[in-house]
Design a protein around this ligand. Structure first.
Ligand SMILES: [Zn+2]
Length: 278
């Protein structure tokens, strides 16, 4: 598959990184199916840019991400995958929102995102390249099965019918999305997602970190890792928290699978153009 050439002048800077983090509360004894996943949003981080290059520095409890301007300038991924939408017809977008809204939590998403929608461009013909850190034998209780669970989380979202497919790649340098492991977070969370969007609200890359242990030291089981991964990949593709705990995207996750509302919300999101609806 080839990538269409994009004139340098259409390259867009990365404007914002959103940090979402999730916490897992240890399951109470005897009820392993009822883990609570408590996910908290940690904040928004502005970036700085000049011309067509992006210089983004994010500092959070989990570490920092520094984007090298030279690398951003030469990065074909960022520039090629962000089409310029046709002229926005706000009345039409709002009408489609109203019609598609029942059974979704798209309104909560808009409240969280300043009345704007962020998503990836269509990536069916050129799937998003995802790198999942393949091994962390240095981490006690880390299991190779965790990698399979995270792949499963990506596949579950892909199977909702959104026009975004995922390719799992072995070369981290070639990936647009990275998933890495950590033993535990120093704060009471178990997962974090950082994503970046451009000035047209297209998401352009993302980084997910998943812990192997609760903040208190208890190991996370495969089911919890899958649930965290589902939640964090939900953030990666543009979703945010909903108050209804029947959904994987609730701040206190009580389920292990995508709900009808999770599926309906992401499907609606991917029928609408990114950007403001205000
Ligand atoms: Zn979250």
């Amino acid at each position: 598959m080839t990538r269409p050439a994009v004139p340098a002048g259409r390259r867009t800077p990365v404007l914002l990184l959103l940090l979402c983090s999730g916490a897992v509360v240890a399951a109470s004894a005897g009820s392993p199916a009822l883990h609570d996943l408590v996910l908290r949003r940690a904040g928004r981080f502005a970036s700085h840019f000049a011309g067509h290059t992006a210089t983004t520095t994010v500092t959070a409890n989990a570490g920092s991400v520094v984007r090298d301007p030279a690398r951003a300038e030469s990065d074909p991924v960022r520039s090629a995958a962000t089409p310029r939408p046709a002229r926005r017809n706000l009345d039409e977008i709002r009408r489609r929102l109203r019609e598609g809204e029942p059974g979704t939590y798209i309104r909560e998403l808009l409240l969280d995102h300043d009345s704007s929608l962020a998503r990836w461009p269509e990536r069916m013909h050129e799937p998003l390249r995802v790198w999942i850190q393949p091994a962390r034998p240095d981490l006690e209780d880390w299991s190779p099965n965790f990698v399979k669970r995270v792949r499963g989380a990506f596949n579950d979202w892909e199977n909702t019918g959104i026009p975004v497919f995922f390719d799992f790649v072995a070369d981290s340098a070639a990936a647009e999305v990275h998933v890495v492991w950590t033993d535990h977070f120093d704060e009471p969370i178990s997962g974090k997602t950082l994503w970046a969007r451009d000035d047209r609200w297209w998401i352009v890359d993302g980084n997910i970190t998943i812990a192997v242990h609760h903040n208190g030291g208890e190991p996370l089981d495969e089911s919890a890792v899958k649930a965290i991964a589902l939640h964090e990949v939900g953030h990666l593709i543009g979703l945010d928290h909903t108050t209804d705990s029947a959904n994987i995207m609730t701040a206190k996750v009580r389920v292990r699978d995508l709900s009808p509302a999770d599926r309906a919300t992401v499907r609606l999101l991917y029928t609408l153009p990114p950007g403001t609806v205000r």
